[in-house]
Every structure is written in structure tokens, then in C-alpha cells.
Ligand binder design. Sequence first.
Ligand SMILES: [Fe+2]
Length: 369
Amino acid sequence: MESFTHLRKGTTPRRVHADLDGLKDDELGRGGFTGRTANLYRRHDPTEFRAAGPLQPTDVLASELKPSDATDATGCPLLLFSNPDCRVSLSRRPEAMPFHVRYVDGDLLCFVHQGAGRLETEFGPLPYRTGDWIYLPKGCTWRQLPEKGPLSAWLMVEAADEFRVPPPGPLGRHWPFDPSQIVIPEPAPIDDDGRDEYLVRLMHRPVNGVETTTLRYAHNPIDVEGWRGDNYAFTFNIADYNVITSDSLHLPPTVHLFMQATGVYVCNFLPKPAETVPGTERTPWYHRNVDYDEIAFFHGGSLYGIPMPPGLISHAPQGVHHGAPEKARERARRKFDEYDSVDWQVIAIDTRQRLTPSPAVLAHDLGQH
Ligand SMILES: [Fe+2]
């Protein structure tokens, strides 16, 4: 709900997210970063706590996780986090699927962290490469054929309904995600190759404890001669994302919103010029995003010279403080004149409902809290 008040009490800098003079900048905000907000100027780093109980930040490295599809062509991605609105999984498939697959519970949005290859989809072949988002409509039949190589890693976000572009707001068609940059497949039916049957694996939430169902066809299911409409698979590379910036204010994450489904918001934090007005904080402020759980997936890059570990998956439950450590903030202030850009590549998934980390995530938590 909008309000008409924005009060100022006690010691506060004149500008927001600037000129902190030793105070710690902490935001208590509603609706992600778009609702009513209080900026709290604290004496101490609010992330300096030790947690006990289930609502704890978790940090895992994708390279330490072992989806069954990493070693077995008939295997599956590994579930990382879930709630009623979405499931987030990791795939590390190095070999072609010996089956086709169909996610029947909702749209699928996959981020290609490592590797390249090709998808056979009902809409036609769709090449993919590192940095691509792959969008696959609910119920679409497809098959992954990775190129030969040691590395293959996808972060997969399965919604309970449709991924859509966000409302354009005042940016209109200048929204950072320009849909005219997407790659759309051309229909290309595939001839049968003489085998007895073609398997289509339906992926779904557990039904009587079982998460897959297999359909057997006597023909190749990629047999579409032509298609028309506005419900189709595509890819979009993050290199084509137009990052919005400000010289005097580190903008909130919501500015970088890419696509959204009910209760699920996907953002791209990508290389950009650094803020230039002296005194401006270049590091995202501390917060406890009270209405959203957050997953940050570190694709690569660095924060003013501090490398960000590629493949780190970080989960912050709603209501629990997080943010870059104080020493990284001090360094960014100290090196203000040495850097004129930030080259981070981080994918964020924010969810309205609380996420439950899977046993695999909990088993590999780096235990940083
Ligand atoms: Fe956050």
C-alpha cells in the first residue's frame, strides 16, 4: 500500500544509500524493493549473527552437487529448493538425453551456467550457449543434446504457471529485456530412425511419491511440420540485456527484473558502469527482504576486484539479514577512484513464499552462518 509519509528521525544521511559516515545502511522494506520502506542506520553489521533453527542462509557450490544426470544419461536434475509456486533444480548433463522430456506442472526457465549444445523441441531445433536463458512452455516436449565437453550446468526454475515479461511501467518498450532479441526455433520435424519406441518422460511434482511418468510412442515426438501462435520455446542471452544504471544511486534489484511467474521473480545482475557521484554506496545495502526468499546464483565476474565464486548458490530466507560483508563495503569505498565499472554476473530468483532447501543443499551447505 502506498503512503504519503516518508519520515526522517535521528541521524540520517541527506541522500539515500550514500555518505554513511560509519553507519550501517539497513533496509526494512515491503514488497521486495517496491513497497513501504524504512532505512535503518545502525551501529553494527546486521549480518554478523550465528543462526540456530531452520531459517538459515545456505550457500552451496554447484560443482559440489551431484545431479544423477551428471553421471547417468537416464538421470534427472537435482532439486535444490522448492515451494508451492516453484522448484529450483540443477542439471549437469554431459550426454544427450536418450529420451524426450516434458515438464507438465508449469513453465520452465533454465539458465545455462556452463556448456553449449542444442535442444530438439516441438517448435524446432534451438541451439544454446553459456549465458543463455532457455524458456520452455509448460508441457512442451524437448530433448537436450549437449556438445562434447567437460562442463555442463543449468540452473532450472520451474514455475507453477506461466513466466511472463514484467509490466513495463514508465520504461515501456525500453525495458532491459528486449523480446526482439530472443532466438526462436524454426520447425524441423525429425524422421523416425527405426527404433521400436520413443520415450517421453513427464516431469511432475510427486504423485504417490513418484515424480516421473513415461509415455511410449511408436514415432519420434518431434514431428511438427509447422506452428503458429504466441506460446513457444526461445532462448535469450544475458549479453543482450540492457542494464539500467544511475550515477548517484545504486538502484534496487527490482530494476533488473527479467521475467516473472506467480510468486517467482527472476532478475539479472550484470556488468555495468559504477556509480560516480562521490559518497554513493556502490554495494547493495543490508536488508532482510521480509516478503521474499532470495536465491543468488553467481555466474561469474567480480565485485570491485573481489572475485565472485562461479557456481555459488546462495539462499537467504525472508526476514533474515544478508548483504556483502562490511570489509567488502569498506574496500569499495576505499577503491572508489580505481574502478569505474562492476563486472558481476549474478542471477537472482526471488520467491514470495518460503523456499525449502532440499536435503542435498543442506548436506553441502558451506556453513557460513
Ligand atoms: Fe537480497
